[in-house]
Structure formats: C-alpha cells, structure tokens
Design a binder for this molecule. Structure first.
Ligand code: 5GP
Ligand code: MN
Length: 338
C-alpha cells in the first residue's frame, strides 16, 4: 500500500485514540471480517476501539471470534451515538459514501473525528481525511492485511485476526474464483493460514450451515428464474409472501443470484427481492466479463458496487420492477452479446 497512507495511520495510532469502526449496512463477510480483524488488531495494541454496525448481519458470520462485541445500531442506538460523538478516529470499511450506512449517516456527518476510509468500491466520495481506496483489490480484508503490513504489524497477526481476514477474502472472491482474485490474494491467504486461520472451518461455517427452509427457498428462487437467452440474462424474483412461506432469515438469499451465471451463455444475472417493511425491492446484480453491473445499477437502480457485482433498489412493485428491468435490456443487447 501507499507509504503516505500507512505513515498517516501510523501517526494517528501513535497516540491513544477513541476509535469507532463502521461497516456498511447489511454487512457481508468482507464487512464483518475486516471490521472485526481491525478491531482485534487495535484492541491488542491497547487502543480503545468499538465496531458499530448499522444493522444486524447473517447468522453464518456469528462464529467469528469476538463478533459479539459488535454493536448493532438498531438495538443500541444511544450507546452507538455516544461512541460516535466522542470518537477521535472513525474507520469506515468496505463502503465509500455515507449513503451506504442507513440511519448512521447523520451521526457520521456530524462527527468531529478524523475519518479513515478503507475500501475497494468504485467512485469514492471525499468524506475521509485518510483514504485507502483501491478498486483493484479483491476485498477490504485484503486491504486490512496490507495496512497491517504497512504498519509493520505482520508479527501481531493472531489466529483470530487471521480467520476474520480469511473469511472476508473467501466470501468477497466467491471462494477465490472471481476475476478480482490475484496471485497476491493467494499469497495473503497463504500467510493467513500460516498465522493460524482454520480455512476448512471458515468454508464449513459459512457455506455448510444451511437450514431445510433455506434450501426450500432456494428451490423456490430457482423455479422463479426467468432466462432471457436473447440478452444472455437470467433473473430471479422472490416476493415477500414467498420469503415468509419459507421462514426467511437474514442472509438466507446470499449467493442465490450467482446461480444465473452457472448457465451456459448467461453473463448477466439479477435477483429482485421484495422487502415490504422497507417498501423496496432490493436488487443484486452479477456479471461475467466486461459488462459493468456497477454502471447498470448506478444508471437505473440507485446503486453501485463493482464491475461484476453490484446492488441497488427500486421503489416500484416487484412486477413493475422486473418489467422496467426487462424494458432496459434491448438497449444493452450488443454489449450483452459481445
Ligand atoms: P450484494 O448484491 O451482495 O448486496 O452487493 C454486491 C456489491 O454491491 C457489494 O460490493 C455491495 O457493497 C454493493 N452494493 C450492494 N447494494 C448497494 C447499493 O444499494 N448501493 C451501492 N452503491 N452499492 C451496493
Ligand atoms: Mn467488500
């Protein structure tokens, strides 16, 4: 990583600070893994640090060491508010604009702390004084590893830090298969295993803890899949009623969107998930190759992300949303078929 950035962070950490670490809303493996790893590292060096998540995260991440320390803003708003107001340093991890943290946004906008951003998404906004932003990175966890290296802290990587970072790299790279996975990613992962990350455990805790209802929900999603060969596209819908029928729990739909891409000739896969409580359709988009789902989500669904994995939302009904989506495809036909 850039020497200037590690120097600036090193200087900050040379003094005792009151530190808050924040992942994006609906934290995924990379967000939870990176914030928790950084928390372990800072806590081990004697800093006063706390992770505050905008909301809850899936059960398949609730085995990561000391994850119970994470404050859920939706459940402990007053404590979170006090910590943020009094913080001297705020690390924001795995997102790059404050619109990604839901109800925490106004609190961060008012905070007087020094902000540090560590993130690998496109088009960062400029709220942070210290910005480690690199879209070529596989994951924020790989970047936290680089930061620790930049701080000459490799010998302080404990098995707890190692398993948190391993898990985030594993989930954000689709188990080391996405295009963002580099030789450096594998070197980092190898070092993490040397440092005590139990790699088999990470895979089985995250991927082999299905419930029968989740598998039945997957069956429903696959049955609902619409394949538009003409546009090399496949999409899935899940209505609130279907989610309720299969006893939906947070995280249950993780990875469903990828099934579209397993079809031969399909390079664009999307899932539309109805959320009656928030009054929105949450959208996840994935692609293979050059078709940028980041640009697509930005242009049409108030979202963003990476070139091959992005998210967004719609305030139309589920049916209207898929109709609108389908109506957009003809203007992308050449790109989708190239
Ligand atoms: P997922 O579909 O797994 O929720 O997210 C895929 C990627 O897109 C992640 O990197 C995530 O951070 C990003 N992403 C998901 N939803 C949104 C959104 O509403 N806005 C933006 N800017 N990025 C999103
Ligand atoms: Mn990430």
């Amino acid at each position: 990583m850039n020497l200037e950035i590690s120097k600036a962070i090193n200087t900050l950490l040379g003094e005792p600070q009151r530190i808050v670490i924040i992942p994006h809303k609906n934290p995924d493996g990379d967000a939870v893994g990176s914030t928790l790893a950084l928390w372990h590292y800072l806590n081990d060096m004697g800093q006063d640090a706390t992770v505050i998540a905008p909301n809850d995260y899936p059960k398949f991440l609730k085995w990561l060491p000391k994850n119970e320390q994470i404050i859920n803003f939706e459940k402990e708003a007053a404590t979170a508010k006090e910590l943020i107001t009094n913080a001297t340093v705020i690390f924001t991890l795995d997102f790059n604009h404050l619109g990604r943290i839901g109800q925490l946004q106004p609190l961060l906008e008012e905070a007087s702390a020094t902000f540090v951003m560590i993130d690998h998404h496109q088009e960062p906004s400029d709220y942070a004084k210290i910005m480690y932003s690199d879209v070529s990175m596989s994951s924020t966890c790989e970047m936290v590893y680089n930061l620790i290296e930049g701080l000459n802290g490799i010998n302080r990587i404990t098995p707890e830090i190692a398993i948190c970072l391993y898990t985030g790299i594993m989930t954000d790279t689709g188990s080391f298969k996405f295009a963002s996975t580099t030789s450096r990613t594998h070197i980092v992962v190898a070092k993490l295993i040397e440092k005590g990350a139990n790699n088999t455990k990470a895979h089985s805790k995250v991927y082999d803890t299905n419930t029968p209802s989740r598998l039945h929900l997957l069956g429903c999603a696959l049955k609902n899949m619409v394949i538009l060969e003409e546009f090399c596209t496949a999409y899935i819908t899940l209505s609130q009623e279907e989610l309720d029928n299969y006893d939906f729990k947070k995280g249950d739909t993780e990875g469903f969107v990828n099934y579209g891409l397993t079809l031969d000739g399909i390079i664009f896969a999307v899932i539309f998930i109805e959320n009656k409580e928030e009054g929105i359709i949450k959208i996840s988009l994935r692609s293979e190759g050059d078709f940028s789902v980041n640009e697509f989500a930005r242009a049409h669904f108030n979202g963003g992300g990476h070139n091959n994995a992005s998210g967004g939302r719609s305030e139309l009904s589920l049916e209207e949303t898929t109709e609108y989506f389908t109506s957009l495809l003809p203007s992308y036909k050449d790109q989708l078929n190239s």
